[in-house]
Design a protein around this ligand. Sequence first.
Ligand code: NAP
Ligand code: ZN
Ligand code: ZN
Length: 347
Amino acid sequence: MLTVNAIAATSATDPLVRTTVERRDLGPRDVLIEIRYAGICHSDIHTVRGEWGDVPYPLTVGHEIVGTVAEVGAEVSRHATGDRVGVGCMVNSCRTCDNCKAGQEQYCLDGNTGTYASVDRDGTVTQGGYTTHIVVDEDFVLRVPEAIPYEKAAPLLCAGITTYSPLSHWKAGPGTKVAVVGMGGLGHMAVKIAVAMGAEVTVLSQTLGKKDDGLAFGAAHYYATGDPATFEVLKNSFDLIINTVSAPIEMASYLRLLRLDGTLVSVGAPPEPLAVPVFALFGNRRSFAGSSIGGIAETQEMLDFCAERDIAPEVEVIDAEAVNEAYERVMKSDVRYRFVIDVDTLR
Ligand code: NAP
Ligand code: ZN
Ligand code: ZN
């Protein structure tokens, strides 16, 4: 057992504090990773604040993890000491259900093992990436291409794959019009990836405050959702809308922006239900869908895609001490565009 420095939440309301977590001894198929950077996802905040349900406190969150392989178990074949690697939102799955066999481990019918707050196979609660080391089964460890700097690779492990997967599944590409709602961590990656796939991208943000950035990321158009005229001008426009907003949105207005057979996919996960008026679906035979992260093979595909296309998130690297302040800034949509913890500041 390895005891390592970490930051943890102890309740829904108290600030995160420094502590330690235990890492299991290396099993034959395990990889010990020395973590370098860990991204801050809004899901970390929903989780520690108890917005998604009961929390097994104390809990260390973080599922955008990159670092270097420090040691491997006897049977590990995919990774070697010194490799640049990453871990995303899940660390195991049943591997035998139809969805796992189809490479869709995120939809494991038995429930995938989350990187944090899940019950691991040894009965302990999984602890995430705001820490110096993690032990993960080799099948759930990704290769981080040399072309992507460590700190920029971290957000790809959740924000990158969560937007890449629906963009790929719903075939964003040349000739398609894609709107991205909310330009935070996920949203800005959705813009960059959809642009790289060849789609015509429109950003729908609360204000025009980040318009220059959105256009620099390759978006063709940028509208403020705070202006009611936006919903008139853009009616019946999009093939695909990716909603990344962490709070409920007024669904009818957004659904009406879809053209014939268009789909609105929510990756945003507010604790409250999203109310869908069916009449907003009837027009243009619209669809409303959800999407959760991506499979392991697809996550590797996304990392390689980003390396080849020179796509990377915009990050603000912070010390471990600044996590609580960073959470407050995320809550105010004051993030450009992902906070990443320099885990060396925890050593
Ligand atoms: P984030 O960085 O906080 O970005 C969310 C963005 O939504 C904000 O930047 C803001 O964009 C907009 N927004 C926030 N509050 C709003 C409100 N009240 N009304 C309208 N717009 C608002 O969060 P994130 O890390 O990208 O995560 C976004 C959501 O995705 C969270 O709910 C998270 O839990 C979820 N998530 C889901 C998955 C999955 O697998 N499905 C994976 C990761 C995260 P503007 O400033 O541009 O308006
Ligand atoms: Zn996440
Ligand atoms: Zn399964």
